[in-house]
Design a binder for this molecule. Structure first.
Ligand code: G16
Length: 590
């Protein structure tokens, strides 16, 4: 057995290692600086406590982006030196973020061991490659992202760090082959277990959904399906689940080979970046792509996000986009009937603050507990651990449930397939299937429609972005002034009745999160929300969320951009967006 010893390496603090909404995300060029990754990893070990690390089992893997393989070897050596007992690595270093959560919660090692936590190596939907982004975050024993108490401690440790520990004499581990490596160090035995990336996750999905009914749907000649992994890690699961387990054609999969640079693309599943899927579903009313699929979906780099599209009728070949806010509401409304895991009922539902209120209406209708949390999946974890929430979602293409403690892109696609299968259970031989669009329109006619859009201004100057936010915070305290400005811009929008900076008190542990976005709430239920993204790696990203509720069935069929045009105009002028950012248009509109 190869043995190693522990070396203490002198280091000093490096600026800017504060974790954002979901871990530390920076350019690869920043991460490869001497001691940069090491400082952050040691700060994490120190935040968790030496006693917790001694003898622990940790998962280390990610979406396979550039620099992951080097980072995995560094973390293995540092874990060994910090007294960790075993490291679990997905083959080739690949594990989707939801699969990591599943592995922490479900996997039992050959010797009966269970994982205590994980380093997830991903910058999510941000591009990858030598000039792009890398990221790292720590997930806890419940399978969810470290809470703010821990991330604050990690950050504080990065500002005072003086040394890190690393195993000397421990060779690089071959992570391309499944198998167990045994080593010895001052604390005794240390193992590295390289395992199949998909099996645990596939097993979990099969225990949640009725695969047989989804198989029947996929084999119907009237149904067709397309899944775009955008060259992210979802590809490692898509073939196993959709093709091998559920019988979809291999040609249904787009970009399902994981690549270090995501094929040069931006692995963000929205209408701007999921170009091939959008083209396959029909680019525009004039596009004459033949026979687009009935159902299309895409994932981000680490496979926790999803986008759902349907074929659109009567316009031929124009895709029907399901907003993520509607998606979670529709899943919640149908979960008990369509998904065996929920057959006993839902414990409650939750959404992030900027997500539309479509879920609120379902919760009210079905008499379910409902929670509104700040942006960041970690806020759902406490509710789920306390048995208060079953289904949750975010406008940022995140949907999930209490089967794990991360959002789950493939789970969301399976949930939609399960709902379509349920709606067509007596109809698979019929003339026309109940489509994605039918399901959404039926939902709107029952619950009303939340017109919704998000404008992103990416990589703007941080100074300007902060000034804009400061201006809006100050302005919201004077509603009379706000209403005077609003009326001066558009007289046809309703009155602003409330405005605030969103603050959240966790109902489980009582912790308080402040400054979570500025809200302007209108008399007719419309909302404008402004916040700064916590996931960018350079400059600032301003997110503007615009929402309008419509209950009148004769008014729910409008094009979203037409319905929202007055509010968009108000939002841009009220915030002086162009003045503060120098931008006349957003980078992305969803
Ligand atoms: C992360 C968080 C999500 C959040 C998203 C966007 O997702 O887990 O809860 O909604 O960032 O956050 P922001 O608006 O601050 O950029 P991911 O997929 O990037 O890990």
């Amino acid at each position: 057995m190869t043995s190693f010893k522990v070396t203490r390496v002198q280091t000093s603090p490096i600026d800017g290692q504060k974790p954002g909404t979901s871990g530390l995300r920076k350019k690869v060029k920043v991460f490869v600086q001497p001691h940069y990754l090491q400082n952050f990893v040691q700060s994490t070990f120190n935040a968790l406590g030496a006693d917790k690390m001694k003898g622990a089992t940790l998962v280390v893997s990610g979406d396979g982006r550039y620099y992951s393989k080097d980072a995995i070897q560094i973390i293995i050596k540092m874990a060994a030196a910090n007294g960790v007992r075993r490291i679990w690595v997905g083959q080739n270093g690949l594990l989707s973020t939801p699969a990591v959560s599943a592995v922490i919660r479900e996997r039992v090692g050959a010797d009966g061991s269970k994982a205590n936590g994980a380093f997830i190596l991903t910058a999510s939907h941000n591009p990858g490659g030598p000039n792009e982004d890398f990221g790292i975050k720590y997930n806890m024993e419940n399978g969810g992202p470290a809470p703010e108490g821990i991330t604050d401690k990690i950050y504080s440790n990065t500002t005072t760090i003086k040394e890190y520990l690393i195993a000397e004499g421990l060779p690089d581990v071959d992570i391309s082959k499944i198998g167990l490596g045994n080593f010895t160090g001052p604390d005794g035995q240390f193992d590295v277990d390289v395992f199949d990336s998909a099996s645990d996750y596939v097993k979990l999905m099969k225990s949640i959904f009725d695969f047989k009914s989804i198989m029947n749907l996929l084999s119907s000649p009237k149904f067709s399906f397309c899944y775009d992994a955008l060259h992210g890690v979802a590809g490692a699961y898509a073939k196993r689940i959709f093709v091998e387990e559920l019988g979809a054609k291999e040609s249904s999969l787009l970009n399902c080979v994981p690549k270090e640079d995501f094929g040069g693309g931006h692995p963000d599943p929205n209408l701007t970046y999921a170009k091939e899927l959008v083209a396959r579903m029909g680019l525009s009313k004039l596009d004459n792509t033949e026979d687009p699929p009935e159902f299309g979906a895409a994932a981000d780099g680490d496979a926790d996000r999803n986008m759902v599209l349907g074929k659109r009728l009567p316009y031929f070949n124009f895709r029907f986009f399901v907003t993520p806010s509607d998606s979670v509401a529709i899943i919640a409304a149908n979960a008990v009937q369509a998904i065996p895991y929920f057959s006993g009922g839902l414990k409650g539902v939750a959404r992030s603050m900027p997500t539309s209120a479509a879920l609120d209406v379902v919760a009210k209708h079905l008499n379910l507990k409902f929670f509104e949390v700040p942006t960041g999946w970690k806020f759902f974890g406490n509710l789920m651990d306390a048995g208060m929430c079953s289904v949750c979602g975010e406008e940022s293409f995140g949907t999930g449930s209490d089967h794990i403690r991360e959002k789950d892109g493939i789970w969301a696609v399976l949930a939609w397939l399960a709902i379509i299968a349920y709606k067509n259970k007596d109809n698979l031989g019929g003339d026309k299937l109940v489509s994605v669009e039918d399901i959404v329109r039926q939902h709107w006619s029952t619950y009303g429609r939340h017109y919704y859009t998000r404008y992103d201004y990416e990589n703007v100057d941080s100074g300007g972005a902060n000034q804009l936010m400061d201006y809006l915070v100050k302005l919201q305290s004077n509603l009379t002034e706000v209403n005077n400005i609003v009326k001066g811009i558009r007289s046809d929008v309703s009155k602003v009745v409330n405005a605030d900076e969103f603050e959240y008190k966790d109902p489980v542990d009582g912790s308080i999160s402040k400054h979570q976005g500025i809200r302007y709430l209108f008399e007719d239920g419309s909302r404008l929300v402004f916040r700064l993204s916590g996931t960018g790696s350079e400059g600032a990203t301003i997110r503007l969320y615009i929402e309008q509720y419509e209950k009148d069935p004769s008014k729910i069929g409008r094009e979203s951009q037409d319905a929202l045009a007055p509010l968009v105009e108000v939002a841009l002028k009220l915030s002086k967006m162009q003045e503060y950012t120098g931008r006349s248009a957003p980078t992305v509109i969803t």
